[in-house]
Design a protein around this ligand. Structure first.
Ligand code: ATP
Ligand code: MG
Length: 169
């Protein structure tokens, strides 16, 4: 099955992490591949190695990618992440694969939509694939079995509150 968590509100990556935790609880093997993220200080990255059967790999820089003007390094890291995703999906090692922020990587032109379609075409039958990130492409939404859109109604950021340890990262 393909799950997509999208929308402009907070809760997409954390929803995917919740799914990971639940799956791990049943002894399933889960990997989260994070695109456009390279900050090792995320709480989920710090705790991942202590959760049996759970792994997180990051493919990105700590700095923001500029939409419409990604650096060569941004493109290279996204490509590496996507190739790694293809490998793990076809390795048969994992029950659940989470491609965190893949929607944004596609929207920003780091990953081609065509490549994402090809990956979905070749998905093993028993795999749960989870894709997160704003701006989910309508074609991917069409192909998904489960789509949840998180709506931003309120966020402390809009009152000037900086991102908080353990909440935002
Ligand atoms: P989270 O990782 O907390 O589940 P997310 O995956 O839904 O959030 P992203 O779109 O990936 O959110 O945004 C990245 C960062 O911005 C995260 O630190 C997230 O907590 C924060 N964020 C999410 N939504 C909002 C919002 N509406 N306003 C301000 N900051 C937000
Ligand atoms: Mg996110």
């Amino acid at each position: 099955m393909l799950q997509i968590y999208t929308g402009n509100g907070k809760g997409k990556t954390t929803a995917a992490l919740g799914q990971a935790l639940r799956a791990c609880g049943h002894g399933k093997k889960v990997i989260m591949i994070q695109f456009m993220k390279g900050d090792i200080e995320y709480g989920e990255v710090k705790i991942a190695q202590k959760i049996p059967n759970f792994e997180i790999r990051q493919f990105g820089l700590p700095t923001f990618v500029k939409k419409g003007d990604p650096t060569e390094r941004d493109l290279e890291l996204a490509r590496q992440g996507f190739n790694f995703a293809k490998e793990v999906i076809h390795s048969g090692t994992f029950d659940m694969v989470i491609l965190d922020e893949l929607n944004v990587a596609i929207d920003f032109g780091l990953i081609k939509l065509k490549d994402a379609h090809e990956l979905l075409d070749s998905l093993p039958d028993d795999m749960e694939l989870v894709i997160t990130g704003r701006y989910a492409h309508p074609d991917l939404v069409k192909r998904a079995d489960l789509v949840s859109e998180v709506l931003d109604i309120k966020h402390p950021y809009h009152q000037g509150v900086e991102s908080r340890e353990g909440i935002e990262y």
